[in-house]
Design a protein around this ligand. Sequence first.
Ligand code: MN
Length: 250
Amino acid sequence: MRSGLVDFHCHLDLYPDHAAAVERCERDGVFTLTVTTTPKAWPRNHELASATRHVRAALGLHPQLVADRAHEIGLWEELLPRTRYVGEVGLDAGPRFYKSFETQKKIFARVLSLCAAAGNKIVTTHSVRATKAVLDMIEQYMPPPRGRVVLHWFTGTAAEAKRAVDLGCYFSVNAEMLVNEKRTAITKALPLDRVLTETDGPFTQTDARPATPSDVWIAVEGLARLHGLTPADMSATIMRNLKSLLAEQS
Ligand code: MN
């Protein structure tokens, strides 16, 4: 088992046995950020993560749930002082969620503003079909000195990647972002010193079953190939990037 891997966006509470999923990260030495889709899920995630060295729990309100759960922003605000890690939050302008896009923007503006006011937060962010809107809102509500955004599963253009870098963003890259030429070209536009890895498990697959944090080595190998590095060097780069991200602003 490779240790020292980083899965910076995974939903450990959506596996059949949440506690066992947390335990596996700890056993395998995978530094894992477990994200929540509703703030109601955060206290239990935080409780399980707190007993570990490798797992931390992020406080989220997923844009795909905002249509039904916008009122939970109150609970989200109440819990925010208890964690540095925020997510999954962001915007989704895909056809299934576009009807709530205006509400999503209100919630995301509130999230970023409160994170900016608190300072030193790390925010793992969803941006499906909404890269430009997400970047506009980061610029407006939480510019670089006030916090750090990690763009999860980035699908923007090279110009948008450049803009995100200027806004201090990091990128968490999963194996799906390396499966074909078009996606690989986008991934290659991300500067090596801002790249982290993720699985987004259980929403991605490895060998026709839900990916787990240990499967993140597939993304490490893909990134290594893309940049002409050995997997060990790529893995060391990702660990260094994680340390830089965590060291910033604190
Ligand atoms: Mn996710």
